[in-house]
Ligand binder design. Structure first.
Ligand SMILES: N[C@@H](CCC(=O)N[C@@H](CS)C(=O)NCC(=O)O)C(=O)O
Length: 323
């Protein structure tokens, strides 16, 4: 594990915790937006015009946040416009690396051995953790944005004129509902599994655990009434939830001690997970081997032996019956 302090690599974790052992996620620091005309987005600088071949994504296939961006790249037909490099799933002394590993790649753009080199090229005095995903601008040699929730919003609309893909996962009429659902899911599910797994006191763990399973019960009921979270159409909220659900039984249930129930024990949530998994192109974004290896082999405070479990067997291709 490592982080950068004024551009210098240091060992250790910068993940903070409260006095009673609760895990706190750091805010992402690069917050500019790619837009159709290069105008500034809600935050950051202007000048990042949507162009074919200009931008590059650095991802880890194990990371649920990076996974969102790969899903949107696929759904919005951006594969030929935005290139990708995949880090090695082991997050060790110098953080994310491009060491060879099945399903990972070299850094095709900058030839870096480690992702921290992208951070210090973008900002030589960067202080913070080195996270994926990173959206890189080849033209100005900088990081546009390293916040997945914003990268998927850009991918949702900024390139529409170039691709002709007008599919909208954040439609105006549903934004309030999507924002409301996202807020609860982020807090108690997407980040909730980490709050459970990285808690350092019993109380903090139980608080995260209880909130997580209360939300999964709420989602189970919601999905009895609706095919998707916001109604009849797939939206951003579904994809944000999906990347946690697809990892749940293989990783969060055991490694993060989220073990009240598995996703396969919830009839609606489980069928819904399969429904999304079976959307064309999505299965190819899920690499279960890298997912398990990353978590079980990178968090030595939780799993000191680094042994990666062989199971469970999960059939994401079973018919979902939600049509
Ligand atoms: N807010 C960020 C979070 C990204 C994040 O935490 N990624 C993890 C991998 S799952 C990471 O790179 N962690 C590096 C570290 O903790 O040092 C986002 O959603 O883009």
């Amino acid at each position: 594990m490592s982080l950068l302090i004024n551009g210098e690599l240091r060992p250790g974790w910068l993940e903070e915790e409260t006095e009673d052992g609760e895990f706190i996620r750091q805010d992402s620091q690069f917050r500019s937006w790619i837009t159709a005309d290069g105008a500034a987005g809600p935050t950051g600088d202007s000048g990042f015009t949507a162009e074919a071949g200009r931008y590059h994504l650095y991802v880890c296939l194990a990371c649920p946040w990076a996974h969102r961006t790969l899903i949107f790249r696929c759904l919005k037909g951006l594969d030929d416009l935005i290139s990708v490099s995949v880090v090695n799933p082991f997050m060790l002394e110098q953080g994310w690396s491009f060491h060879a590993y099945p399903g990972s790649t070299e850094d095709h753009i900058n030839g870096f051995g480690y992702l921290h080199q992208a951070y210090t090229l973008a900002q030589p005095d960067y202080t913070g953790i080195i996270t994926v995903p990173v959206l890189w601008d080849k033209k100005t040699q900088t990081i546009v944005n390293n916040e997945s929730s914003e990268i998927i919003r850009m991918f949702n609309s900024a390139f529409d004129d170039l691709t002709g893909n007008q599919q909208d996962y954040y439609p105006l009429a549903l934004r309030e509902e999507i924002d409301r659902i996202n807020a609860r899911i982020y807090e108690s599910v997407n980040n909730g599994v980490y709050r459970s797994g990285f808690a350092t006191t019993q109380e903090a763990y139980e608080r995260a655990f209880d909130a997580l399973f209360a939300s999964l019960d709420w989602l189970e009921d919601l999905l009895a009434q609706r095919r998707y979270l916001a109604g009849d159409v797939v939206t951003e909220s579904d994809w944000r939830l999906f990347t946690t659900l697809v990892r749940f039984d293989a990783v969060y249930f055991g490694h993060f001690k989220c073990n009240q129930r598995r996703i396969v024990d919830y009839p609606n949530l489980w069928a819904y997970t399969r429904d999304l998994y079976q959307v064309p192109g999505i299965a190819e974004t899920v690499n279960m081997q890298q997912i398990k290896t990353h978590y079980y082999a990178s968090h030595d405070s939780i799993n000191p032996t680094g042994i990666v479990p062989k199971g469970p067997l999960i059939d994401f291709y079973a018919p979902h019956g939600r049509g």
